[in-house]
Design a protein around this ligand. Structure first.
Ligand code: KG4
Ligand code: ZN
Length: 353
């Protein structure tokens, strides 16, 4: 291939979404096909790794075809293959990485393994075909990545991504999922709590805001989880006779829990932006779809004179367009992976963004 790749094929299978995307010029999404396995895992209250891998295996070929068809391109038109190399579930990652290697070899095209969190951040730099140009990155910036597995703050300046802080125990999305499971609200918990909270009073239950007053950029959400569980016990959640009474207060409980998480995420992100001399704040990851988080972060950033961006919800949760974009950016920086590319459940984030 001479010159820059025009079309990047993105592949994402790190958890419970199987996704394929075709991205032009690293920024314009021609197709982003996502098949969520939520229904498969719901009855277990969380992702079952072995089932996820098997479902990926069954779905990769039809979804690859669907993405190519939607983009209006043929497989040989692809110039670069980008795939999530980690973090994620090893068996699930292996499905995507094995297919990516087979395609790169058969098409004789370059291959790039992408760090999943670099992908989440890159979702801020994409645009859908026909919806105007993609936003230009603004530096220096701070990115908050909040997902089911991560709550991390990074500094971006166009060079190597710098980690500033992260959770010491549960990820924010994990806290949403665990509380929702306890309340019998199903999996994943974030969207349900987001919806319930819309009609609740966020000040109804005084839940703790952990590590808000220290200087660190770290987070802790396990104490909040315990506080909610304690509150449930106190109201006799396990007693069928009293359960209905508390059920009526679920919106208040959801709103108060969500507010405790959002307050800490927003305060720490703004602190990080101050310390890092940032001009802009980027939000990323599945929890970035949360409406209260988006609203509150936008208002706080604006008040602090900072720009703020959140990807559209469909690009917040796992998708292959973000992997194609971050893979393209990595290619431009000279990254090339061979057929010995391996999955890594917890790789270092050494991408430049
Ligand atoms: O990024 P993602 O799709 O997968 C991981 O890489 O983990 O994030 C999934 C997480 C789940 O924990 C889910 O409950 C959470 O994102 N989530 C939300 C919302 N939508 C998804 N959390 C809060 N509010 C939402 N609206
Ligand atoms: Zn993710």
């Amino acid at each position: 291939m001479s010159g820059r790749p025009r079309l990047t094929l993105g592949i994402e299978t790190s958890c419970d979404e199987t996704s394929f995307a075709v991205v032009a010029g690293g920024r314009e999404i021609l197709a982003n096909v996502i098949l969520s396995q939520t229904d498969l895992h719901r009855r277990y209250g969380g992702v079952v790794p072995e089932l996820a891998s098997r479902r990926h295996v069954a779905n990769v070929v039809p979804l690859l075809r669907a993405a190519l068809e939607e983009a209006g391109v043929a497989l040989p038109d692809v110039d670069l293959v980008a795939v999530t190399r980690g973090p994620g579930l090893v068996g699930a990652l292996l499905v995507g990485v094995s297919l990516a290697k087979a395609l790169a070899w058969a098409l004789d095209k370059p291959l790039v393994g992408v760090h999943h969190l670099a992908g989440h951040i890159y979702a801020n730099f994409l645009a859908f075909r026909g919806q105007g140009p993609a936003p230009e990155p603004v530096y220096p910036a701070v990115a908050l990545v909040v997902s089911g597995g991560h709550t991390d703050l990074f500094r971006l300046d166009g060079g190597r991504v710098e980690w500033l802080g992260g959770t010491r125990d549960d990820a924010a999305g994990e806290a949403f999922d665990k509380i929702a499971r306890e309340l019998g609200l199903g999996y994943p918990g974030g969207p349900v709590i987001d919806r319930l909270a819309a009609t609740g009073d966020p000040a109804a239950f005084p839940f703790p805001r952990a590590m808000l007053d220290d200087d660190s950029l770290d987070f802790s959400f396990s104490g909040l989880k315990t506080a909610v569980l304690y509150e449930l016990e106190r109201h006799g959640w396990r007693d069928p006779a009293r359960r209905d009474e508390l059920r009526a207060r679920l919106p208040d409980l959801a709103a108060s829990f969500q507010q405790a998480i959002v307050d800490v995420l927003v305060a720490k992100t703004l602190r990080a932006a101050r310390q890092a001399g940032a001009r802009h704040v980027y939000l990323a990851g599945g929890v970035a779809a949360n409406r209260q988080l988006r609203r509150q972060l936008a208002a706080a950033a604006q008040e602090a004179g900072l720009g703020v961006s959140c990807p559209p919800p469909v690009l917040c949760t796992d998708n292959a367009a973000m992997i194609a974009g971050a893979g393209y950016a990595a290619w431009l920086r000279g990254r090339r992976d061979g057929l010995d590319l391996d999955v890594d459940p917890d790789p270092p984030l050494d991408e430049c963004l």
